[in-house]
Design a protein around this ligand. Structure first.
Ligand code: NAI
Ligand code: MG
Length: 345
């Protein structure tokens, strides 16, 4: 019996190496997943000029989720794969919640001296379809001294309200039940006003959830000096992009950071992927850490309504990370085998 239909996009560089491990772990905890591989990314682009054909998008509407490794290669002009694949998916499938959890796992050494494993455990709910990433803007007089370029931030009441409501409902399922909104309402008064008013209104629907607000520059500082203070952070597209890289850095690095581009209503498939890219510097060597991808599989399992399996994957990751010796090289496949074996018991 098929329990879920998943599209796999290994992509470029280490993408294929880590997605193979993600699939292994998924199969180990949830038998009956029907997984279909799609050849997309830099290689396909060079071969056929295609980035994300309409036909693939159509097919995916019948899928439950997409697991992606990474796309990108120095030989492809910037923006082609990012806008043409990742952003196109987010917009087409209304993946308005870009979910990025951050935890300092036991056994991992973060760069911060003042925090112990277990003390950092927050999740950033980043808006995924609007803001400065909406593609609004244009250029004139390009390549002349009079060149003009605009890039506008689009914020709709509908878009802001739905992502804020999602953040509150996620906070309601967590122990600390706190939502911090991050913006720059003192300078970006147009968008900031909309965000602040909407946040206050939605907060009234959740009287048992604590609220907080920080300007993004202050949040960037506190994420380094006092990351323990956060539970759920809700923020706009660009701020969330930058803050989540800081979050990944303070919790043991890019090899561990997972993410989901989620359509909470499940009208469209959601996409799960490690935060890292294709890592051309280590591609093909079998040394990439698959943990970020495997933790993305845990997010996928949660999203599809398999929390028990998701917790087993997380427990396998916790065991793996506790057993590591910092600085010791790892083999991608061996890590995948250990995680799959641990998660299946
Ligand atoms: P990157 O994340 O690929 O690599 C940055 C550094 O982290 C490299 O030194 C790499 O070796 C290391 N690293 C990354 N993942 C690792 C893992 N799982 N285990 C161990 N080390 C790991 O970022 P970079 O170099 O800026 O980008 C490379 C390509 O990836 C570019 O073409 C970029 O556009 C693309 N990219 C794609 C993303 C996506 O598909 N969502 C996200 C970020 C970058
Ligand atoms: Mg980023």
């Amino acid at each position: 019996m098929t329990v879920a239909k998943i599209a796999l996009v290994p992509g470029d560089g280490i993408g294929a190496e880590v997605v193979a491990q993600g699939r292994k772990v998924l199969d180990a905890v949830l038998p009956g997943v029907e997984a279909t591989e799609y050849d997309l990314g830099a290689a396909r682009y060079h071969r056929t000029g295609e980035v994300l054909p309409e036909s693939v998008l159509q097919e995916w509407t019948g899928y439950d989720a997409i697991l992606l490794g990474a796309v990108g290669d120095p030989t492809v002009p910037p923006g082609v794969l990012e806008r043409g694949l990742l952003l196109k998916l987010r917009f087409a499938f209304q993946q308005y919640v870009n979910l990025r959890p951050s935890r300092l796992w036991p056994g991992t050494a973060g760069p911060l001296g003042n925090v112990k494993p277990g003390e950092i455990d927050f999740v950033v709910v980043r808006e995924g379809t609007e803001g400065l990433y909406a593609g609004a803007g244009g250029t004139m007089h390009t390549n002349t001294p009079a060149e003009v370029a605009t890039e506008e931030s689009l914020n709709t009441r509908h878009g802001v309200e739905r992502v804020i409501r999602d953040a509150f409902s996620r906070a309601g399922k967590r122990e600390r039940r706190k939502v911090t909104m991050v913006h720059k309402t003192n300078v970006l008064t147009h968008a900031g006003g909309l965000w602040a008013r909407t946040f206050a209104e939605v907060a009234r629907e959740f009287p048992d959830i604590e609220t907080d607000y920080q300007h993004v520059d202050a949040a960037a500082m506190f994420m380094v000096t006092q990351p323990q203070r956060y539970d759920v952070i809700v923020t706009d597209n660009l701020f969330g992009d930058i803050l989540t890289d800081i979050a990944a850095a303070v919790t043991g690095g890019i090899g561990l950071a997972a993410s989901g581009c989620i359509n909470p209503e499940r009208e469209f498939p959601s996409m799960f992927e490690p935060v890292h890219g294709s890592a051309p510097d280590i591609a093909g060597q079998g040394v990439a850490d698959p943990v970020a991808t495997v933790l993305s599989v845990a997010l996928l399992l949660d999203h599809l309504g398999h929390p028990e399996q998701a917790r087993r994957v997380e427990q396998a990751v916790a065991a793996e990370l506790s057993s590591r010796t910092p600085g010791q090289p790892l083999r991608t496949e061996e890590v995948g085998d250990r995680l799959a074996a641990h998660a299946s018991n």
